[in-house]
Design a protein around this ligand. Structure first.
Ligand SMILES: NC(=O)c1ccc[n+]([C@@H]2O[C@H](COP(=O)([O-])OP(=O)(O)OC[C@H]3O[C@@H](n4cnc5c(N)ncnc54)[C@H](OP(=O)(O)O)[C@@H]3O)[C@@H](O)[C@H]2O)c1
Length: 271
Protein backbone atom coordinates (compact mmCIF):
# COMPACT_ATOMS: atom_id res chain seq x y z
CA UNK A 1 0.00 0.00 0.00
CA UNK A 2 2.77 2.38 1.02
CA UNK A 3 4.77 1.50 -2.11
CA UNK A 4 1.72 2.24 -4.26
CA UNK A 5 1.17 5.56 -2.49
CA UNK A 6 4.80 6.65 -2.95
CA UNK A 7 4.88 5.48 -6.58
CA UNK A 8 1.67 7.40 -7.27
CA UNK A 9 3.02 10.52 -5.55
CA UNK A 10 6.31 10.19 -7.45
CA UNK A 11 4.46 9.84 -10.77
CA UNK A 12 2.36 12.91 -9.97
CA UNK A 13 5.42 15.00 -9.10
CA UNK A 14 7.22 13.76 -12.22
CA UNK A 15 4.22 14.64 -14.38
CA UNK A 16 3.94 18.07 -12.77
CA UNK A 17 7.59 19.03 -13.02
CA UNK A 18 8.87 17.24 -16.13
CA UNK A 19 6.07 16.32 -18.48
CA UNK A 20 5.87 19.85 -19.75
CA UNK A 21 5.54 19.21 -23.51
CA UNK A 22 8.74 21.11 -24.14
CA UNK A 23 9.44 21.19 -27.86
CA UNK A 24 12.90 22.74 -28.42
CA UNK A 25 12.30 23.12 -32.16
CA UNK A 26 9.71 25.81 -31.41
CA UNK A 27 12.52 28.08 -30.26
CA UNK A 28 14.23 27.96 -33.66
CA UNK A 29 13.90 31.44 -35.15
CA UNK A 30 12.18 32.80 -32.00
CA UNK A 31 13.03 36.48 -31.43
CA UNK A 32 14.49 36.89 -27.93
CA UNK A 33 15.56 39.99 -26.01
CA UNK A 34 17.66 38.85 -23.02
CA UNK A 35 18.94 41.14 -20.25
CA UNK A 36 21.93 40.52 -17.97
CA UNK A 37 23.39 38.37 -20.72
CA UNK A 38 27.08 39.01 -20.03
CA UNK A 39 27.58 36.65 -17.08
CA UNK A 40 26.06 34.05 -14.76
CA UNK A 41 22.55 32.78 -15.47
CA UNK A 42 22.07 35.25 -18.35
CA UNK A 43 25.18 34.01 -20.15
CA UNK A 44 23.94 30.40 -19.79
CA UNK A 45 20.50 31.44 -21.06
CA UNK A 46 22.14 33.05 -24.11
CA UNK A 47 24.07 29.86 -24.93
CA UNK A 48 20.97 27.66 -24.64
CA UNK A 49 18.93 29.96 -26.90
CA UNK A 50 21.87 30.07 -29.36
CA UNK A 51 22.05 26.26 -29.52
CA UNK A 52 18.30 26.14 -30.08
CA UNK A 53 18.59 28.51 -33.06
CA UNK A 54 16.84 31.59 -31.60
CA UNK A 55 17.47 35.12 -32.85
CA UNK A 56 19.00 37.14 -30.04
CA UNK A 57 19.45 40.66 -28.76
CA UNK A 58 21.68 40.58 -25.67
CA UNK A 59 22.14 43.43 -23.24
CA UNK A 60 24.20 44.26 -20.11
CA UNK A 61 26.39 47.25 -19.14
CA UNK A 62 29.84 45.82 -19.99
CA UNK A 63 30.43 45.84 -23.75
CA UNK A 64 33.58 43.68 -23.72
CA UNK A 65 31.77 40.86 -21.87
CA UNK A 66 28.81 41.08 -24.24
CA UNK A 67 31.14 40.81 -27.25
CA UNK A 68 32.61 37.61 -25.81
CA UNK A 69 29.13 36.10 -25.26
CA UNK A 70 28.00 37.15 -28.75
CA UNK A 71 31.06 35.41 -30.26
CA UNK A 72 30.29 32.21 -28.33
CA UNK A 73 26.61 32.34 -29.37
CA UNK A 74 27.64 32.53 -33.03
CA UNK A 75 29.91 29.51 -32.58
CA UNK A 76 26.99 27.63 -31.01
CA UNK A 77 24.87 28.27 -34.08
CA UNK A 78 22.71 31.32 -33.33
CA UNK A 79 21.57 32.60 -36.73
CA UNK A 80 21.30 36.25 -35.62
CA UNK A 81 22.90 37.82 -32.52
CA UNK A 82 23.05 41.52 -31.71
CA UNK A 83 24.09 43.29 -28.54
CA UNK A 84 23.52 46.65 -26.93
CA UNK A 85 25.43 47.86 -23.89
CA UNK A 86 23.08 49.55 -21.41
CA UNK A 87 22.96 50.33 -17.70
CA UNK A 88 19.43 49.87 -16.35
CA UNK A 89 20.14 52.41 -13.59
CA UNK A 90 19.36 54.97 -16.30
CA UNK A 91 15.63 55.49 -16.71
CA UNK A 92 16.07 55.99 -20.49
CA UNK A 93 17.91 52.68 -21.06
CA UNK A 94 14.91 50.27 -21.07
CA UNK A 95 13.06 52.15 -23.83
CA UNK A 96 16.22 52.42 -25.88
CA UNK A 97 17.04 48.70 -25.53
CA UNK A 98 13.56 47.50 -26.54
CA UNK A 99 13.53 49.87 -29.53
CA UNK A 100 16.92 48.51 -30.61
CA UNK A 101 15.61 44.91 -30.37
CA UNK A 102 12.45 45.75 -32.34
CA UNK A 103 14.54 47.44 -35.05
CA UNK A 104 16.99 44.51 -35.32
CA UNK A 105 14.53 41.59 -35.01
CA UNK A 106 11.35 43.16 -36.39
CA UNK A 107 9.38 42.15 -33.28
CA UNK A 108 9.71 40.03 -30.15
CA UNK A 109 8.53 36.56 -29.12
CA UNK A 110 10.34 36.46 -25.78
CA UNK A 111 11.39 39.15 -23.35
CA UNK A 112 13.68 37.47 -20.82
CA UNK A 113 14.35 39.70 -17.81
CA UNK A 114 17.31 38.47 -15.81
CA UNK A 115 19.72 41.34 -15.01
CA UNK A 116 20.58 42.21 -11.46
CA UNK A 117 22.49 45.04 -9.82
CA UNK A 118 24.05 44.12 -6.51
CA UNK A 119 24.32 46.22 -3.39
CA UNK A 120 27.82 47.30 -2.37
CA UNK A 121 29.48 46.33 0.94
CA UNK A 122 27.78 42.99 1.45
CA UNK A 123 24.07 42.99 1.88
CA UNK A 124 23.61 44.98 5.07
CA UNK A 125 22.24 48.03 3.34
CA UNK A 126 19.10 49.78 4.56
CA UNK A 127 19.52 53.31 3.17
CA UNK A 128 16.72 54.73 1.04
CA UNK A 129 19.26 55.92 -1.52
CA UNK A 130 20.69 52.45 -2.15
CA UNK A 131 17.24 50.90 -2.13
CA UNK A 132 16.02 53.48 -4.69
CA UNK A 133 18.96 52.72 -6.98
CA UNK A 134 18.44 48.97 -6.68
CA UNK A 135 14.69 49.30 -7.23
CA UNK A 136 15.42 51.13 -10.50
CA UNK A 137 17.84 48.45 -11.70
CA UNK A 138 16.13 45.31 -10.36
CA UNK A 139 12.47 46.31 -10.51
CA UNK A 140 11.50 49.55 -12.31
CA UNK A 141 13.61 48.78 -15.37
CA UNK A 142 11.77 45.41 -15.58
CA UNK A 143 8.48 47.33 -15.57
CA UNK A 144 9.72 49.77 -18.24
CA UNK A 145 11.08 47.01 -20.51
CA UNK A 146 7.82 45.11 -20.16
CA UNK A 147 5.54 48.02 -20.88
CA UNK A 148 7.57 48.96 -23.99
CA UNK A 149 7.71 45.36 -25.29
CA UNK A 150 4.13 44.37 -24.50
CA UNK A 151 2.51 45.56 -27.77
CA UNK A 152 4.96 43.48 -29.80
CA UNK A 153 4.56 40.45 -27.49
CA UNK A 154 0.78 40.81 -27.81
CA UNK A 155 1.06 40.71 -31.61
CA UNK A 156 3.27 37.61 -31.51
CA UNK A 157 1.35 35.90 -28.64
CA UNK A 158 4.75 35.87 -26.98
CA UNK A 159 6.15 35.34 -23.50
CA UNK A 160 7.58 37.34 -20.65
CA UNK A 161 10.13 35.37 -18.66
CA UNK A 162 11.30 36.87 -15.37
CA UNK A 163 14.21 35.44 -13.41
CA UNK A 164 13.55 35.92 -9.72
CA UNK A 165 14.80 34.33 -6.53
CA UNK A 166 13.73 32.49 -3.43
CA UNK A 167 14.36 35.82 -1.70
CA UNK A 168 11.38 37.20 -3.63
CA UNK A 169 9.15 34.65 -1.89
CA UNK A 170 10.76 34.11 1.51
CA UNK A 171 12.32 36.98 3.51
CA UNK A 172 15.95 36.56 4.56
CA UNK A 173 18.49 38.48 6.62
CA UNK A 174 20.95 41.00 5.16
CA UNK A 175 19.37 41.23 1.75
CA UNK A 176 16.77 43.96 2.25
CA UNK A 177 16.94 45.96 -1.03
CA UNK A 178 17.48 42.83 -3.15
CA UNK A 179 14.64 40.99 -1.47
CA UNK A 180 12.34 44.06 -1.68
CA UNK A 181 12.91 44.32 -5.43
CA UNK A 182 12.30 40.60 -5.95
CA UNK A 183 9.06 40.69 -3.90
CA UNK A 184 7.98 43.68 -6.03
CA UNK A 185 8.59 41.64 -9.19
CA UNK A 186 6.37 38.88 -7.85
CA UNK A 187 3.55 41.36 -7.15
CA UNK A 188 3.87 43.18 -10.47
CA UNK A 189 4.13 40.16 -12.75
CA UNK A 190 1.59 38.09 -10.79
CA UNK A 191 -0.96 40.91 -11.15
CA UNK A 192 -0.03 41.51 -14.78
CA UNK A 193 -0.66 37.83 -15.57
CA UNK A 194 -4.17 38.10 -14.14
CA UNK A 195 -4.89 41.33 -16.00
CA UNK A 196 -3.75 39.86 -19.31
CA UNK A 197 -6.01 36.84 -18.68
CA UNK A 198 -9.00 39.07 -17.99
CA UNK A 199 -8.27 41.12 -21.12
CA UNK A 200 -7.91 37.93 -23.21
CA UNK A 201 -4.36 38.92 -24.15
CA UNK A 202 -2.35 35.82 -25.00
CA UNK A 203 1.02 36.76 -23.51
CA UNK A 204 2.44 34.21 -21.06
CA UNK A 205 4.17 35.38 -17.87
CA UNK A 206 6.69 32.95 -16.37
CA UNK A 207 8.46 33.65 -13.08
CA UNK A 208 11.59 31.63 -12.36
CA UNK A 209 12.60 31.08 -8.74
CA UNK A 210 16.00 29.76 -7.83
CA UNK A 211 17.96 29.61 -4.62
CA UNK A 212 20.41 32.30 -3.56
CA UNK A 213 24.01 31.53 -2.61
CA UNK A 214 24.37 28.57 -4.98
CA UNK A 215 25.51 29.24 -8.52
CA UNK A 216 22.45 27.96 -10.45
CA UNK A 217 24.38 27.23 -13.67
CA UNK A 218 23.26 25.78 -17.01
CA UNK A 219 20.55 23.48 -15.60
CA UNK A 220 18.78 26.38 -13.91
CA UNK A 221 18.98 28.35 -17.16
CA UNK A 222 17.51 25.42 -19.10
CA UNK A 223 14.68 25.10 -16.55
CA UNK A 224 13.87 28.78 -17.12
CA UNK A 225 13.87 28.31 -20.90
CA UNK A 226 11.61 25.24 -20.67
CA UNK A 227 9.22 27.14 -18.40
CA UNK A 228 9.09 30.09 -20.79
CA UNK A 229 8.62 27.90 -23.87
CA UNK A 230 5.82 25.87 -22.27
CA UNK A 231 4.15 29.04 -20.92
CA UNK A 232 4.36 27.80 -17.32
CA UNK A 233 3.48 30.40 -14.71
CA UNK A 234 6.28 29.32 -12.37
CA UNK A 235 9.64 27.59 -12.60
CA UNK A 236 11.36 26.37 -9.45
CA UNK A 237 15.00 25.33 -9.54
CA UNK A 238 15.66 23.08 -7.75
CA UNK A 239 12.04 21.87 -7.79
CA UNK A 240 11.86 21.45 -3.99
CA UNK A 241 11.81 25.26 -3.67
CA UNK A 242 8.21 25.05 -4.82
CA UNK A 243 7.31 23.09 -1.68
CA UNK A 244 9.21 25.60 0.45
CA UNK A 245 7.29 28.51 -1.13
CA UNK A 246 3.95 26.69 -0.68
CA UNK A 247 4.71 25.94 2.97
CA UNK A 248 6.06 29.40 3.69
CA UNK A 249 2.98 30.57 5.63
CA UNK A 250 3.20 27.63 8.03
CA UNK A 251 6.93 27.54 8.53
CA UNK A 252 8.16 29.09 11.81
CA UNK A 253 10.55 32.06 11.58
CA UNK A 254 14.10 30.71 11.93
CA UNK A 255 15.57 31.52 15.36
CA UNK A 256 18.22 34.29 15.35
CA UNK A 257 20.96 31.94 16.66
CA UNK A 258 20.33 29.63 13.69
CA UNK A 259 20.62 32.49 11.17
CA UNK A 260 23.82 33.75 12.83
CA UNK A 261 25.30 30.27 12.66
CA UNK A 262 24.19 29.85 9.05
CA UNK A 263 25.79 33.17 8.05
CA UNK A 264 28.76 32.60 10.33
CA UNK A 265 28.37 35.95 12.17
CA UNK A 266 28.11 36.92 15.83
CA UNK A 267 25.30 39.16 17.15
CA UNK A 268 27.82 42.04 17.53
CA UNK A 269 29.08 41.62 13.95
CA UNK A 270 25.51 41.47 12.66
CA UNK A 271 24.51 44.70 14.45
N1 LIG B 1 23.36 33.30 -8.87
C1 LIG B 1 22.48 32.93 -7.93
O1 LIG B 1 22.80 32.24 -6.95
C2 LIG B 1 21.02 33.32 -8.08
C3 LIG B 1 20.11 32.78 -7.17
C4 LIG B 1 18.78 33.16 -7.27
C5 LIG B 1 18.37 34.02 -8.27
N2 LIG B 1 19.28 34.54 -9.14
C6 LIG B 1 18.80 35.50 -10.13
O2 LIG B 1 19.37 35.20 -11.39
C7 LIG B 1 19.54 36.43 -12.12
C8 LIG B 1 20.98 36.51 -12.62
O3 LIG B 1 21.82 36.43 -11.50
P1 LIG B 1 23.36 36.03 -11.67
O4 LIG B 1 23.78 35.39 -10.41
O5 LIG B 1 23.57 35.36 -12.95
O6 LIG B 1 24.00 37.50 -11.71
P2 LIG B 1 25.46 37.94 -12.21
O7 LIG B 1 26.32 36.78 -12.54
O8 LIG B 1 25.95 38.92 -11.19
O9 LIG B 1 25.13 38.73 -13.57
C9 LIG B 1 24.35 39.88 -13.49
C10 LIG B 1 24.04 40.35 -14.88
O10 LIG B 1 23.31 41.58 -14.75
C11 LIG B 1 24.06 42.63 -15.38
N3 LIG B 1 23.94 43.90 -14.66
C12 LIG B 1 24.57 44.27 -13.52
N4 LIG B 1 24.25 45.55 -13.22
C13 LIG B 1 23.42 45.98 -14.19
C14 LIG B 1 22.80 47.22 -14.47
N5 LIG B 1 22.98 48.29 -13.67
N6 LIG B 1 22.04 47.34 -15.58
C15 LIG B 1 21.86 46.27 -16.42
N7 LIG B 1 22.43 45.07 -16.21
C16 LIG B 1 23.20 44.93 -15.11
C17 LIG B 1 25.50 42.15 -15.39
O11 LIG B 1 26.20 42.85 -16.40
P3 LIG B 1 27.78 43.26 -16.24
O12 LIG B 1 28.51 41.96 -16.40
O13 LIG B 1 28.03 44.19 -17.36
O14 LIG B 1 27.90 43.87 -14.89
C18 LIG B 1 25.30 40.67 -15.68
O15 LIG B 1 25.07 40.48 -17.04
C19 LIG B 1 19.19 37.58 -11.18
O16 LIG B 1 17.91 38.06 -11.47
C20 LIG B 1 19.24 36.92 -9.81
O17 LIG B 1 18.38 37.54 -8.90
C21 LIG B 1 20.61 34.21 -9.07
Amino acid sequence: MKVLLFTGLGALLFAYYWDDNFDPTRLRGARVLLTGASAGVGEELAYHYARLGSHLVLTAPTEALLQKVVGNCRKLGAPKVFYIAADMASSEAPEHVVQFALDKLGGLDYLVLNHMGSTPAGMRVRSAQTTRWLMQVNFLSYVQLTSRALPSLTDSKGSLVVVSSLLGRVPASFSIPYSAAKFALDGFFGSLRRELDVQDVNVAVTLGVSRARTAPGPQAALAVIRGGATRASGVFYPWRLHLLCLLRGWLPRPPAWFVRQDLNVSAAAAA
